[in-house]
Design a protein around this ligand. Structure first.
Ligand code: DGL
Length: 245
């Protein structure tokens, strides 16, 4: 089984990419809604929450863990990899894709405050700087996305993003944000989006292949939420487009 976690439901944007290339694996998805949003938490808090999740997933016999949360990845990946032997795949804002494929484009990176403040993020931006990049931390946006109120989301985005002019590329640096591409387009126009979902999924497949751990199972998806919210569970399965049998 593949273990995957996020502060909430944003990780579905990675899970969906995983399913495309590994449809017969079984998945255990952990949403830490009890402690969300992660974007406003300290490093110490995130280390504690994510350690508990990793231990839970190990105890459930997961063979690999995907951190489907940019904030947790950038803040804790080194800490978790040092602490646990299990392979841990971490997502990050797909800024390298701009450097590789669209270096000339005027770019906006949106992410949580925790991601933007992290050292890993600062290093990433410095390494692939195209000199045409703006960064905007969107505190509270992940929560609004989980509320699923499109009107409120557009209002929030208008207030935050209207000042950015002529943006051509948007790096979705939080796993929740691929869920609101339409709302972002309403504010910024017809921009091109970049996110880490497919890259992370390919990495996971590669590692499983190397370790000879790819499996042909039933493609079962199990959902666990730390706040035990039935509403979250229903929304999760709706977003993944998967019906529980
Ligand atoms: N989905 C998360 C990320 O990719 C975090 C959202 C939050 O809990 O603040 O950063």
């Amino acid at each position: 089984m593949i273990g995957i976690f996020d502060s909430g439901l944003g990780g579905v944007t990675i899970l969906k990419e995983l399913i495309k290339i590994l449809p017969r694996e079984n998945y255990l998805y952990y949403a830490d809604s009890l402690h969300s949003p992660y974007g406003d938490k300290t490093k110490e808090e995130l280390e504690e929450y994510t350690s508990n999740i990793v231990e839970y997933l190990i105890n459930k016999n997961c063979k690999i863990i995907i951190i489907a949360c940019n904030t947790a990845s950038l803040v804790c990946k080194e800490y978790l990899r040092k602490k646990y032997k299990i392979p841990i795949i971490a997502t990050e804002p797909a800024y390298k894709m701009i450097y590789d494929h669209n270096r000339d484009s005027k770019t906006l990176i949106i992410a949580t405050q925790g991601t933007v403040n992290s050292q890993n993020f600062q290093e990433l931006v410095k390494k692939y700087d195209n000199k045409k990049t703006e960064i905007c931390a969107c505190s509270g946006l992940a929560d609004l996305i989980e509320e699923q109120d499109s009107k409120k989301i557009v209002e929030y985005l208008k207030e935050k993003l209207t000042k950015y002019k002529d943006i051509e590329s948007v790096v979705l640096g939080c796993t929740h944000y691929p869920l609101i591409k339409e709302e972002i387009k309403e504010v910024l126009g017809n921009v091109k989006f970049y996110d880490g979902g497919m890259g992370v999924s390919k990495q996971a497949k590669e590692i499983l292949k190397k370790k000879n751990k790819l499996e042909e199972n039933t493609g079962k998806i199990t959902f666990v939420d730390s706040s035990q919210s039935e509403k979250k569970e229903n929304l999760f399965f709706k977003l993944v487009n998967y019906s529980k049998i």
